[in-house]
Design a protein. Structure first.
Lengths: 114, 114
């Protein structure tokens, strides 16, 4: 029972480099999310997807891009990494859109931009 | 926009004792859900308990219970008979009309002393 899997778990990037954070889920969930978690702050939504081919911006989308070509995968792309993007990134998924739906999270990717 | 506030950055409790974590939120909506998530050192976010705003009865899950005060917009988590495994960051979260954006508090780090 893998649930939500994120790779890599840790990464150090130099300013201006690009990378893709991978996220895959095996629960056949339609809804997927990317959050970032900064020290002393709650999780903030970067992007979300309600199904394959459909994505939309969250609260803090600047500097990021996403795609959703399959139900299982929801990669997050960082272009021109900046120190402000140093954070822990979480991917999550939910079965549906109902308010009571439990979100399932990956173990996070700790990204440092130097 | 909805906001979630956790005013206790850190709490500690003696093993087998009871501890209460505070959460307040701000919303103009009447229909919403509130959640408590646990984030252990492994970083994997785990749902602890959830509460529907329309239900007056407080939710309970084994040693975890909530005190939901809708008028006061308060949603505290009580952990009874605390165990060493309860040590973690605890996040309060809100999901309302915009179901695609779950709002999180900044978290409370709970330490359990043997």
């Amino acid at each position: 029972n893998a649930g939500v899997t994120q790779t890599p778990k840790f990464r150090i990037l130099k300013i201006g480099q690009s990378m893709t954070l991978q996220c895959t889920q095996d629960m056949n969930h339609n809804y997927m999310y990317w959050y970032r978690q900064d020290p002393g702050m709650g999780l903030k939504l970067i992007y979300y997807s309600v199904g394959a081919g459909i994505t939309d911006k969250g609260e803090v989308p600047n500097g990021y891009n996403v795609s959703r070509s399959t139900t299982e995968d929801f990669p997050l792309r960082l272009e021109l990494a900046a120190p402000s993007q140093t954070s822990v990134y979480f991917c999550a998924s939910t079965l549906g859109q109902a308010k009571n739906t439990e979100a399932f999270f990956g173990q996070g990717t700790r990204l440092t931009v130097v | 926009a909805q906001t979630v506030t956790q005013s206790q950055p850190e709490m500690s409790v003696q093993e087998a004792e009871t501890v209460t974590l505070s959460c307040t939120y701000d919303t103009s909506e009447s229909d919403y859900y509130l959640f408590w998530y646990k984030q252990p050192p492994s970083r994997q976010m785990i749902l602890v308990i959830r509460q529907e705003a329309y239900k007056q009865q407080n939710a309970t899950e084994n040693r975890f219970s909530v005190n939901f005060q809708k008028a006061a917009k308060s949603f505290s988590l009580k952990i009874s008979d605390s165990q060493l495994g309860d040590a973690a960051m605890y996040f309060c979260a809100y999901r309302g009309y915009n179901n695609n954006d779950m709002r999180f508090g900044a978290g409370t780090r709970l330490t359990v002393k043997p």
